[in-house]
Write a protein that binds this ligand. Sequence first.
Ligand SMILES: [Zn+2]
Length: 507
Amino acid sequence: MERNLLVKGGLVYDHDGDVHKPSKRDILILGDEISVIEKNIEIEKSTNAEVIDASNHLVVPGLINAHYHSHDTLCRGLFEDLPLEFWLLYTLPMGTFRSRDEIRLRTLVGALESLRCGITTVQDMLGLIPMTEENIDVVLDAYEEIGERVIFSPMVFDIPAVGMLRHRDLLPPEIQEMMGTQAGKPKEQLDMLEAQIRRRPAGGVTHWAVGPFAPQRCTIELLSGCADLANRHDLGVYIHVYETRGQVVMAREMYGEYGGSFINYLDEAGILNHRLNIAHSVWICREEMDQMAAADAGAILCFNSNMKLKSGISPMRDMRDAGMRVGLGCDNCSGSDVQNMFQAMKAYCMLGSVSDPQPGTPLSQEALRHGTLGSARSACMAHQIGALKVGYKADMMLINMNDTAYLPYNSAARQLVYSETGRSIDTVIIDGKVVMKDRVVQTINEEDLRLEVSELMRSFIPEYEKVVKEREVAIPYLKEAHQRVWDTDLGLRRFIARTQYGDGGLP
Ligand SMILES: [Zn+2]
């Protein structure tokens, strides 16, 4: 018999209600869905409901990390002070051609961290090389095992990794080889993806999306195929666009037939529409924001990795003025080193503050919407996840208000965004199942996972050290290419606090 849940007596966060002082409500969960939200629900035997005592707790919609890659979770803490292209040189090989055991463990590590931090859904834009049926099963089985909801999009590309560099000609052939000169064929990858979507259709915690890597790594043919696939299966599309200055210089200088714009390039491929989400979009210009908004296309903002990887700050206040829709993400585990949407939401508000001196900063309640409803919308899952409402999937966290983050308790929205770290989450429900109760994960044995990971790291670390040693020869060339992209004046400012990357300071 199906086990139902009654979450009783919590302060239930409602995006459309009093976001500062949510009302006390009971939530009845039947199967995987929220069935009733009322002041006082009597327990009826017929519902066979297990009661979860939520008194003295905030009950908050599960957060949705709309940009994440599980392929480098084992690289957490290994890198620092590397601009994106330098970091890719080291991190990409540590995520490719791994054993089944390692793929399972790294998926579980990221999912465990996520659910412990109230992230009930991750959009895993996975660099799965090789993309085999067997590897896809390992990943999806791991998410099912731990009970984390996933919007899965193995990345596809038909232009090799070295194509990401604006000044690749500065690199000797052996260094270009090192960066990656291989790529698959469009049709083969699309056929493979479609076969997998049919073989393991969406259901339970499994969902799909389409993940072309980036415009500079995909031909029009591949992008059109992705658009078509997404249309036929009603899926969201995620793609990295304008993450670094080098990428926008590349668009301006090498995509002249598309007006020097990757957004025009995407439009030409027929993929600029309501399904499209561009991750990062640090170096997007205002005209392109208007184009995006007109197409109902969105951005997934990943401030923490953009800062750590020296990419710059996304112009979120301009995006807001343009009316672009927005979701939030935490990105790679070795790019900001944590899967924590509280940090992502706080960065959204704080960086909004240093983007414009005038009042009008994004508010905490807006950050909470972006990290739930905005991210849900990006996956074409609006009205399914992202809020505590009748008919929505039962994805939520219970926050213990005895934590000092709520001492004293003045505003749920502000304290969730500015004070919460994830520390006070003690219970998490995903798809109607209690996956963590009183801080104990119910679905996997965490201690066993810890042992397995530490055993694996005994071979992983020497391999990582070998990769760094072999590849550091490329750094001087990358530095030169990195420096060269600053020679082109773009009229865009995405760095703050140093005059040579700003507007020259006050007169
Ligand atoms: Zn990414």
